[in-house]
Design a protein. Structure first.
Length: 260
């Protein structure tokens, strides 16, 4: 048996394009629906209650309006704060949650100085602290990048470069590993590398995509159609003009990712 229902993606903005692009490479025949909650971006500076409420609203939309067979939480803060609530409420739907790829440092380069870049909400979460405690290489600094996701979401290149120079300058030439603990951050990988120098990046996109495939296979939910699947996008911006701008940028980035 196979399922032609779409896979839902939930993110605080368009940053999750870095995740869905990897899922599409692995599962090109699936249909996808991406919900970008950019009107509430970033999630990292919001209360747990606000994050759970928004994620609940979006999950309900993806499951009951778009008939999604699984939901990928393509936002580290949302994963850390809301996945437990969502799994308890929507028991028949699998939720696949991304997390900072700190374990990958342990697996591939455990001795190098590691900089974990993430939102304040992610770094303060119980879920991240369990991960960090399990794989701490005792050569790691945790950096709460307040405002960075918003600069990337708004495509403010000048503001982004200024922010990174001010925030990361002291780590230049001293850093071996960089964990990109927010799905927006891979969209600024070049600019981060320009400041830090020759570093090795780690993010959770590939891992969560493989987990998605495994979960769908276990539940016999893979789509066996031969043709390439379709991708739908919806942004929560208040005007049609802003929605179209977000949609255009999302698909432009997605097409760039497909070429890499």
């Amino acid at each position: 048996m196979s399922s032609k229902k779409p896979i839902g993606f939930l993110d605080s903005g368009i940053g999750g394009v870095s995740v869905i692009s990897q899922a599409i490479k692995l599962l090109p025949n699936e249909d996808y629906f991406f919900f970008s909650d950019s009107v509430n971006n970033p999630y990292g500076d919001k209360s747990d209650g606000n994050i759970i409420s928004r994620c609940d609203f979006i999950a309900d939309f993806l499951i009951n309006k778009k008939n999604c067979k699984a939901v990928v939480i393509a936002c580290n803060t949302a994963s850390a704060k809301a996945v437990g609530f969502l799994r308890e409420k929507y028991t028949s739907i699998p939720f696949i949650a991304i997390e900072p790829a700190y374990k990958m440092v342990h697996d591939f380069n455990p001795d190098g100085f590691t900089l974990v870049m993430a939102t304040k909400g992610t770094l303060e979460s119980e879920k991240f602290h369990r991960l960090y405690t399990s794989y701490d290489n005792h050569n790691t600094e945790l950096l709460a990048c307040v405002g960075l996701a918003d600069l990337i979401e708004q495509n403010d290149i000048d503001g982004l470069k200024d922010y990174l120079n001010r925030t990361l300058g002291k780590y230049s030439g001293k850093t071996d590993n960089v964990v990109l603990g927010c799905t927006h951050y891979p969209l600024a990988k070049k600019e981060i590398g320009d400041v830090l120098g020759d570093v090795r990046f780690f993010d959770g996109a590939v891992g969560v995509s493989h987990q998605l495939k495994n979960v769908l296979a276990e539940r016999d939910l893979l789509n066996n159609q031969k043709e390439r699947g379709k991708i739908e996008f919806l942004d929560s911006s208040p005007t049609d003009e802003l929605k179209k701008i977000k949609e255009k940028r999302f698909f432009n980035i997605l097409h760039q990712e497909e070429k890499q």
